[in-house]
Design a protein around this ligand. Structure first.
Ligand SMILES: [Zn+2]
Ligand SMILES: [Zn+2]
Length: 174
């Protein structure tokens, strides 16, 4: 979703609020694709601060479905999306420092989906478990051990091995 915000960029102390209802349906993070089930409608607030900087803010939550790291069953994860960006202004234009990455603003077009995506990356959970004591999958037969025990001999699997199992699952997803 892109918006022309030339009016705010070029007018000192102008404020504008943009209602956002985005249609992002999935998100790609480190090789995986995850369905987005809900994004609460919210507003992006733009403020031209004395022609010196442009303030961009917005706050919402987003629900995404991520597989459990151990048993791969679907887990609903709610991410807080707190957008809070500043862009320098000079002579009525946006100005990025050379080392600054500008992905969400092209000339005077604001890419709201990109702003949201940047926040998703920042807030992405490092570990997702369906429950703290998820038993994972039997490494011998593949049975989800939360549902039932398969009776396989898994004696070699101690807690340190369970960690390997997590890593193994991560590899499988890529
Ligand atoms: Zn699990
Ligand atoms: Zn088994």
């Amino acid at each position: 979703m892109k918006f022309d915000i030339l009016d705010v960029i070029s007018t000192a102390d102008k404020k504008r609020e943009i209602p956002v209802t985005t249609e992002m349906s999935e998100v790609s993070v480190s090789g995986g694709r995850f369905p987005i089930t809900d994004i609460k409608p919210f507003s992006i607030c733009l403020t031209n601060d004395n022609n010196k900087q442009l303030l961009i803010s917005g706050d919402t939550t987003l629900d995404v479905v991520v597989p459990c790291d151990r048993c791969l069953s679907d887990v609903d994860v709610t991410l807080r999306i707190a957008i809070d960006r500043k862009v320098m202004l000079a002579d009525g234009h946006v100005q990025f420092a050379e080392d600054e990455e500008n992905t969400f603003l092209e000339e005077h077009e604001l890419d709201v989906d990109r702003l949201i995506y940047d926040e998703i990356l920042v807030n992405w959970p490092t570990k997702v478990l369906c429950k703290d004591d998820c038993k994972g999958i039997c490494p011998v037969c593949g049975q989800n051990l939360n549902q039932q025990d398969c009776g396989c001999d898994r004696q070699v699997i101690d807690p340190r091995m369970a960690k390997f199992q997590d890593i193994f699952n991560e590899f499988k997803e890529v």
